[in-house]
Design a protein around this ligand. Sequence first.
Ligand code: 13P
Ligand code: SF4
Length: 312
Amino acid sequence: MEALALERKAEQNRELKERLLQLKKERNAIILAHYYQRDEVQEVADFRGDSFLLAQKAAQTDADVIVFCGVHFMGESAKILAPNKKVIIPDERAGCPMADMVNVDGLRALKRQHPNAKVVAYINTSAEVKSETDICCTSANAINVINSVDSDEIIWVPDKNLGDYVSKFTSKKMIIWEGYCNTHDMLTVKDVEEMRAQYPNAQFVVHPECRPEVVKMGDFVGSTTAIIKYCKESDCKEFIVGTEDGTGYQLRMDSPDKQFHFATKYLVCPNMKVNNLKKIVKALETMQPEIYVPEDVAEKARLSLERMLQVK
Ligand code: 13P
Ligand code: SF4
C-alpha cells in the first residue's frame, strides 16, 4: 500500500476504535476474539484466547452483550453458556467447515451402532450436535476429557486428526469420525521439511488438528494456547509454527525477541478472517447478527459444555 493509502487506513481505524469504545460503554459489551482473528480484531478485544478460554470468559462475564469474534460455533457456545446475554457476531458467514462435517442424523446413526459408547464432541460442532453428546472438549483439554469419561468406548466427533492424537494418550477404544480442519489438514510433511531446510535453527511447534504424520514431526504439539506458552518459555529463538497464522499476533507480543515462520500459503483460515474492525462496529450499532439457539437444544448442549468446564 502506498503511504497515502496507509495513512488513510490508519485514520479510519482510529475513528473506528473511538466509535467502538463509545459503543462498548453504551451497550455494556465485551469483545472476545480467537487467536486466529485478524490483528486489528485481536487489538480491540477485551480477551484474546483459544476456544477453551473464550468459552470460560463467556460463561463468567457480567457484560450484557458479548461480541464474539471467531466462527459461528464459538458464538453458539457463548450463547449456550450465557443464555441471558445477547451474543452478536461481526459476520454470520464465519462458519467452520469442520463443524459442518458432522450432523445430528449421522451422529445418531453411529450411536445406534455403538450403544455402550459415550460421545465426546470437539467444541467445533453445532449446538444441535452438542445436544447429542455426553461431554465437549477443546484441543486444550481433549486428553483429560477423554480420560475423565466413565466408559471404555468413546465416539469422537468430528476431527479425525485430533482424534488420532488423543487416542495415543488413552487406553479407551475410540470410534473416530472422518472430519478434519480444511486449514490445518493442508500442511504436509514436505512443507515442514522445506521449512526446516530453510530455517535449520527453528523448532517446529504444531497443532494436533494437523495430519498425524505432520504432528509426529513436532518438537512440541499442543493447542493454540499451549503453543504460545511453549514458545514464550522456551530458550529457542526461532519457530516454525504449524497452526493458523493469526496466532502470530500473540506470539510476537509475548516474545518480541523471537522469530516465527508460518506456512501461510495454507495456514490461513478464511472463515476466521471474514471479521474485521468495521464489522464489529456495525454489529454493535445494529446489534446484529445475533446468535439464537433454541432452548431445548441449548439445555442439552449446556450440560456437555458445563461438564467440559469442570474437567481439570
Ligand atoms: P483451539 O482454539 O482449541 O486451539 O482450536 C483451534 C481451532 O481450530 C479453532 O477453530
Ligand atoms: Fe474450523 Fe479449522 Fe477454521 Fe478452526 S481453523 S475455524 S477448525 S476451519
